[in-house]
Structure formats: structure tokens, C-alpha cells
Design a protein around this ligand. Structure first.
Ligand SMILES: [Zn+2]
Length: 135
């Protein structure tokens, strides 16, 4: 079960487009036009060379679990949505993003499990949250 709608995350000008795309079921990452680094989360400047010449690109939405942890208690998180699987997912394109693995048992997840993105709604129609599920 997945908790929806979730509270709206902290949206700022650097991340607004990312959340908005997620509300339209698109996962955006960024590519530095100077050094070629593809990265997430959204930042106005490349985390490697600090160039401001970065472009949004749409990720395939597939990847694998890089590492994860299972939370059986989490303050403020509805009990029916526990246990919560927190994970770093390494996208096909390279970047790793912090996310949740949903619609599965913790026993179904291990390092290297192939996953694909899906999106959950928040209290704000223009803001979606990317989460992942095993494929
Ligand atoms: Zn760069």
C-alpha cells in the first residue's frame, strides 16, 4: 500500500520543474553542458564543475537498488504505509536518487534488484513524488 496523497515536499525554484514533471509522470535529471555529468537531484549548478549551463533531460525511469534500509517505525509516517523501504536507486543514466521502494515486501528487495519508477500524488496537484517498484 502506498500513502497518498503525501504532504507536499519542499519545493524551491531549483527543484520546481522536477516536482512538476513528476506530477506528469516524468522523471527529470540534469546534464551539464560543460563537463557532461548527468546528475540528480536538481541543482542550478553542476555539482562537479559548478557550471550553470545545465539542461533537463528525461530519465528512462529504470535502474537498480544501490542500497536500502527498512524502517518499521517512522515519526509522522502512517502506520498502514509501514514498513517503509528507503533506498538509493542507481538510474540507468548513472545518477543515484534517494527514494522509496513501494508495492512490495522488504524481502523482495535486495542490492541490485531492478526497479522502475512510478509516481505518487501529493496534496499539491502540480507536485508528484517519484518512487520505485521492483520489475
Ligand atoms: Zn559540469
Amino acid at each position: 500500500m502506498t500513502w497518498e496523497p503525501r504532504p507536499t515536499p519542499n519545493v524551491n525554484p531549483e527543484t520546481e520543474q522536477y516536482w512538476k514533471a513528476a506530477s506528469n509522470e516524468r522523471l527529470l535529471i540534469q546534464e551539464c553542458q560543460d563537463c557532461g555529468l548527468i546528475y540528480a537531484y536538481p541543482r542550478a549548478n553542476c555539482p562537479d564543475c559548478f557550471s550553470g549551463d545545465v539542461e533537463w533531460i528525461e530519465a528512462e525511469g529504470t535502474g537498480e537498488v544501490y542500497t536500502y534500509t527498512v524502517s518499521r517505525q517512522m515519526s509522522g509516517w502512517p502506520e498502514e504505509d509501514l514498513p517503509l523501504i528507503l533506498a538509493y536507486v542507481e538510474l540507468e543514466e548513472g545518477p543515484r536518487i534517494t527514494t522509496n521502494i513501494v508495492d512490495c515486501d522488504p524481502e523482495d528487495v535486495e542490492v541490485g534488484t531492478p526497479v522502475e519508477v512510478q509516481f505518487v500524488e501529493t496534496e499539491d496537484d502540480d507536485v508528484g513524488i517519484p518512487v520505485f517498484t521492483p520489475i
